[in-house]
Design a protein. Structure first.
Lengths: 108, 200
């Protein structure tokens, strides 16, 4: 898969993982694992980029006697997810046009 | 490898980056190791799961912009001792000229590289122009009654145009190669900053 496309997809995956509740690093990786392979280094970069873009906030909290970072989505992050959804609706209709699936031209 | 060994190696390998960046990364991976262990892995397994520390370092260095590395080098040197300052001043004719020479050398390499590419494109353009001119000239020659010669000149012109198209592909790939070399050498220069940091 194209590298830039993959990076963009991983970003929205991370946002989706924190959409409903705040989450922490390892849990984000586990939640996205069925859908995308996310390495620890890659996750760090993505989290940093999303924070700079204002799409998530970070807070440190104590857990089991150590400090853990929790990531929460922001309004900008939610807007990004909405953008993603409409981008892909457009892509899906083009896909159907190109492959002829689901239209009158469907040969299958 | 234990968690401590991993984070120590990580810190070492990232010398040259701003200290806050290094600490942030070390804390991130330390937290990750803790979570992996909470999930049932042993410390060794958790560290192994993250992968070779060299790979992690390489990925971090390649993502850090060169400007950040340079800025950090400059900041780290801000408080030299009195002796250092004296030596720097006294030695300035030497190290300034050496530095300028080194910069000039690097610049020369890039200029040479890209001049080659430009020269190739210039040749290609020349061939094309010659071909186009021949085609026109041949038509005029034929129009003046010398059909056979005209045809031959036009034919040669067409052949030249064809050659320029082919040569155009060569120029294009030469340009791509030059871009690749430029990019690779940029990464090389960056890693020199990080490695040098390990010694100081």
């Amino acid at each position: 898969m194209d590298v830039q496309l993959k990076r963009g997809l991983l970003e929205v995956c991370v946002l989706a993982a924190i959409r409903n509740n705040e989450s922490y690093g390892y849990k984000i990786i586990k939640d996205t694992r069925p859908y995308a392979e996310l390495s620890e280094s890659t996750l760090y970069t993505i989290l940093k980029r999303l924070e700079t873009a204002g799409m998530l906030t970070i807070r440190s909290a104590e857990h089991d006697g150590r400090l853990r970072k929790y990531y929460s989505i922001t309004g900008a992050g939610i807007r990004r997810l909405e953008e993603f959804r409409s981008e892909w609706q457009e892509m899906m209709s083009i896909y159907r046009f190109v492959t002829g699936e689901g239209t009158d031209n469907d040969q299958t | 490898m234990t968690r401590l060994e991993f984070t120590e190696k990580l810190r070492e390998g990232l010398t040259g980056l701003p200290q806050s960046d290094i600490e942030e990364r070390a804390a991130f991976f330390s937290e990750m190791i803790d979570d992996l262990m909470e999930d049932g892995m042993s410390e060794e397994e958790a560290v192994a799961h993250i992968g070779p520390v060299e790979d992690v370092i390489r990925q971090i260095v390649s993502e850090t912009p060169l400007s950040k590395l340079v800025r950090e080098r400059v900041r780290a040197r801000r408080k030299p001792g009195v002796l250092m300052i004296i030596l720097l001043v006294l030695g300035s004719p030497v190290w300034i000229s050496v530095l300028l020479a080194a910069l000039a050398a690097v610049l020369c390499v890039y200029i040479t590289l890209w001049s080659l590419v430009i020269a190739l494109w210039a040749c290609d353009l020349a061939i094309f122009v010659a071909g186009a001119a021949s085609v026109v000239s041949g038509i005029f020659t034929a129009a003046q009654g010398q059909a056979a010669q005209g045809a031959a000149i036009t034919g040669a012109g067409i052949a030249l145009i064809g050659l320029s198209v082919f040569a155009g592909f060569v120029c294009f790939y030469a340009g791509k190669l030059a871009v690749l070399i430029t990019a690779k050498s940029a990464v090389l220069i960056k890693s020199m900053f990080v490695r040098k940091g390990n010694r100081s």
